[in-house]
Design a protein around this ligand. Structure first.
Ligand code: 5GP
Length: 192
């Protein structure tokens, strides 16, 4: 999506450790007009797929997920990061290793908000190695629900997540795919 790519080129910052900072418009300060356009694009891609629920993970996916949900007119459920022990039987749980913080979190979704009748569109801000997405997919599968597709704002195509998730057979669409980035020069190249 050219609008997002142009904004990444203008305001994104490349940091050592393969981190792309987009916190001036996506995940700290949020440019709502921009994510509204992104939401529209994800709606266009998954229109007619029968999506009745959006699933994301706290915290930075929630903003985009809410905008997408508004376009589909369906609710958002976000997996919560929790250190507390699963209350017997009430939650779906998965373990997710954080790319940015390098720690492991248990993520939980209440069984009240996801069940076998749900057709889920998974949304997140970034895709790196795919741990967050794999955790969310596990949660949908525990619920017996269906993953209709996955929408990502920024995929770092040089990391493994995109390949892993597509090889599992899921439809994964990313609005911008970074093919290369260099923290010394600040250069960012997108997949054609
Ligand atoms: P994964 O689980 O795919 O390895 O990483 C995805 C998660 O890590 C996303 O939910 C996002 O919050 C965070 N993340 C991964 N790479 C980046 C990055 O380059 N920049 C930012 N801001 N977040 C990232």
């Amino acid at each position: 999506m050219k609008l997002l790519e142009d904004r990444i080129l203008k305001d994104g910052q490349v940091f050592p450790g393969n981190i792309l900072k987009v916190d001036s418009f996506l995940n700290h300060q949020i440019d709502v007009a921009l994510i509204s356009e992104m939401g529209k694009e994800i709606k266009r891609i998954y229109d007619g797929c029968g999506v009745n629920k959006i699933l994301t993970i706290e915290a930075s996916g929630i903003g985009i997920a809410c905008i997408v949900a508004q376009h589909f007119n369906v609710p958002v459920v976000f997996a919560k990061k929790s250190k507390s022990i699963n209350i017997e039987g009430e939650m779906y749980t998965a373990e997710v290793e954080s790319f940015t913080h390098k720690n492991k979190n248990q993520v939980i979704v209440s069984k009240r908000f996801l069940n076998e009748e749900d057709h889920v569109l998974i949304i997140d801000d970034f895709l790196a190695n795919g741990c967050a997405l794999q955790g969310l997919i596990q949660i949908v599968q525990q619920a017996g629900a269906t993953v209709e597709g996955i929408g990502i704002a920024v995929e770092k195509g040089f990391q493994t997540g995109g390949r892993i998730i597509r090889n599992l057979g899921f439809q994964l669409e990313s609005l911008a795919i970074v093919e290369e980035m260099n923290w010394e020069t600040g250069e960012i190249k997108f997949r054609e």
